[in-house]
Design a binder for this molecule. Structure first.
Ligand code: ADP
Length: 319
């Protein structure tokens, strides 16, 4: 394989640039021509395809977001859209594609592979909601961003003896809430995977109060319900006032952590290696610190479990 391309799609995540850099430079090290596709699948269909050299990915490993930009595209979900994308790639003589993105992007990547175009996926999403990899690219940075915010909120919570309800990202997967909540010492963590009654939360608050605990931090993943709803129910059921903070898109940004730069570099290089071996329809991932490969079919069918031991531990340690 002499010509390959790389694109970023769906929600951006810190570490995507490290992966783009690794794809470009690993490819060049094999004597390949590597092309960057701008604006995800939308740009692919429009032929926004540029030859990259080693210098074009210089000075990006430390930057958040993606220099290739991202997009969402309804047209690409159609058969005609996918054929259009493949035609643009073939017109340039490109034979392999690396897609950096989340679950939705992988569904598109699988369609390309099914249509005979060699495609490998790199899991890039802050949510850590992809099966077949213990960590997704950007998750570690997002957890650290949330943790920094929790530490700051804790300072003011302690000073004013207040209860804070902090809403973090995670529509279906509570990993950001769980990891940041456990490492930030949150009193309660609410995640979509575990059904928690509000009186359990208020009970913990009131028990804490009895021991003289005057401040508390409750982390809620957005997939559970809005933080304001939790605040209102705590008021109704326990008569306690709370303050609400919704962290929002700050969680997507920022300079990637050392872990995400490492992960992006390793996954990017492995993706190129797989294309070179003639493989397709797979995602590269990390398991027990080893870079692995998983069929897209398994990524879509294996359940992405939450670590319930970690969840129980967070309850034990936040008494
Ligand atoms: P993420 O990759 O972060 O999960 P999205 O779910 O928005 O983000 O998916 C990104 C893009 O992938 C979509 O805008 C669409 O172009 C493409 N995509 C999503 N689902 C499919 C599908 N079932 N078939 C083909 N392409 C898809």
């Amino acid at each position: 394989m002499q010509k390959i391309a790389v694109l970023t799609s769906g929600g951006d995540a810190p570490g995507m640039n490290a992966a783009v850099r690794a794809v470009v430079r690993r490819g060049i090290s094999y004597g390949m021509e590597v092309y960057g596709i701008y604006h995800g699948y939308e740009g692919l269909m429009q032929g926004q395809i540029t030859l990259m050299d080693a210098g074009s990915v210089g000075d990006i490993i430390q930057r958040g977001g993606t220099i290739l930009h991202s997009s969402r595209s309804e047209e690409f979900k159609t058969d005609a859209g996918q054929q259009k994308g493949i035609a643009e790639l073939r017109r340039k003589g490109i034979e392999g594609l690396v897609v950096i993105g989340g679950d939705g992007s992988f569904r598109g990547a699988q369609k390309l592979s099914d249509k005979g175009f060699s495609t490998i996926g790199i899991p890039g999403t802050i949510d850590n909601d992809i099966s077949g990899t213990e960590m997704t690219l950007g998750f570690d940075t997002a957890v650290n961003t949330v943790l920094e915010a929790i530490d700051k909120i804790r300072d003011t919570a302690t000073s004013h003896e207040r209860i804070f309800v902090v809403e973090v990202m995670g529509r279906h997967c509570g990993d950001i809430a769980l990891w940041a909540g456990l490492s930030g010492g949150a009193e309660s963590i609410l995640i979509p995977e575990v059904n928690v009654e509000i009186n359990d939360v208020t009970h913990r608050l009131l028990e804490g109060n009895k021991r003289g605990k005057k401040h508390s931090i409750i982390i809620v993943a957005e997939g559970v319900c809005p933080a304001s709803e939790i605040a209102q129910r705590i008021k109704e059921e326990a008569g306690l006032d709370t303050r609400v903070t919704v962290l929002g898109h700050v969680q997507r940004g920022g300079s990637p952590s050392a872990f995400d730069r490492m992960l992006g570099s390793r996954l990017g290089a492995k993706a190129v290696d797989l294309l070179r071996e003639g493989q397709s329809g797979k995602m590269v991932g990390i398991q027990r610190n080893r870079i692995t490969e998983v069929d897209f079919a398994d990524v879509f069918t294996i359940e992405n479990d939450i670590d319930l031991d970690m969840y129980e531990l967070s309850k034990t340690l936040s008494i």
